[in-house]
Design a protein around this ligand. Structure first.
Ligand SMILES: Nc1ncnc2c1ncn2[C@@H]1O[C@H](COP(=O)(O)OP(=O)(O)O)[C@@H](O)[C@H]1O
Ligand SMILES: [Mg+2]
Length: 265
């Protein structure tokens, strides 16, 4: 049994123009402790897929299981980091993280909660900016707070929806390195969504490509056999990286109409 499992998940939305099938027969299995990534074009249904796993949406068909149990709604089991920092603007970085700690560890003393909050702020190297409010922080720092808050919930799985895509290239690269380091230390199970093939290859153990929608579905997992720790600037020289990139690009640019559940569209 996989840690997180999606079996034939289909999601439709009603729109003024009729029913729109965004996801069709999606299958996914994430193992405990693994870093899995989903790569797909924008508008293909990535956020919809993550919202289903988060329990914010319900599938029309199929099932989603976490440790064998069906997902029935949102829960601190699943920490989420969205693309556009969802921090509370009137609270400091510290308070934003503390909120998650207090919600997850209500039985702990004030001192223990403070220690936990400080731990997660240190993890994302923000202890020096703990008392700043989101508007006083750069985009990269805000996303670090969001990651700290996601981890502070001690989720069974951390769900990341294009967390770095609004950042400039340099900030993005340094946050990718930080996330790789944090994951190697904490070994939280992670499912990251990205539209960046290199980001996925740098971070993930396995990458699932999502076909363009409508009726988007995941292809078979592509294993990333690049040894860790991975160094971004050396990635392009690695034959394992070149293989992953080729497989992904071939899948994402290929014609899947015939292969998606054997159905016509
Ligand atoms: N609540 C909704 N009602 C109708 N259509 C939606 C809704 N949410 C998303 N969609 C549509 O589903 C498709 C996939 O959206 P989304 O999951 O946000 O894609 P991505 O995250 O890959 O960019 C888009 O065409 C979007 O317009
Ligand atoms: Mg999205």
């Amino acid at each position: 049994m996989s840690f997180l499992e999606l079996n034939n998940v289909t999601k439709r939305f009603s729109t003024p123009k009729g029913t729109r099938e965004v996801l069709r027969s999606v299958n996914l299995s994430v193992q405990e402790g693994e870093f899995a990534a989903i790569v797909g074009y924008s508008g293909s249904g990535k956020t919809t897929l993550l919202s289903l796993i988060a329990g914010l949406l319900r599938p029309d068909e199929g099932e989603i299981l976490l440790q064998g149990k069906p997902i029935n709604g949102p829960s601190p089991d699943r920490g989420i980091v969205f693309q556009n920092y969802s921090l509370l603007p009137w609270m400091t970085a510290y308070e934003n993280v503390h909120l998650a700690v207090a919600a997850t560890l209500p039985g702990k003393s004030a001192g223990q909660q403070r220690e936990q909050t400080e731990h997660y702020l240190r993890l994302v190297r923000l202890d020096h900016a703990a008392w700043k409010k989101p508007k006083e922080l750069s985009g990269g720092m805000r996303q670090r707070v969001a990651v700290a808050r996601g981890l502070a919930m001690r989720p069974k799985i951390l769900l990341l929806d294009e967390p770095f895509s609004a950042l400039d290239a340099l900030t993005r690269a340094s946050l990718q390195d930080e996330l790789a380091g944090i994951w190697e230390r904490e070994r939280t199970t992670v499912l990251m969504i990205t539209n960046d093939v290199d980001e996925a290859a740098l971070l993930a153990d396995r990458i699932y490509p999502l076909t363009p929608g409508p009726g988007a579905t995941l292809g078979a997992a592509i294993p990333v056999e690049i040894p860790r720790p991975r160094v971004k600037r050396e990635l392009s020289l690695s034959p394992a990286y070149q293989k992953v990139r080729k497989q992904l690009v071939e899948f994402l640019t290929g014609d899947h109409r015939a292969t998606v559940s054997g159905a016509s569209r």
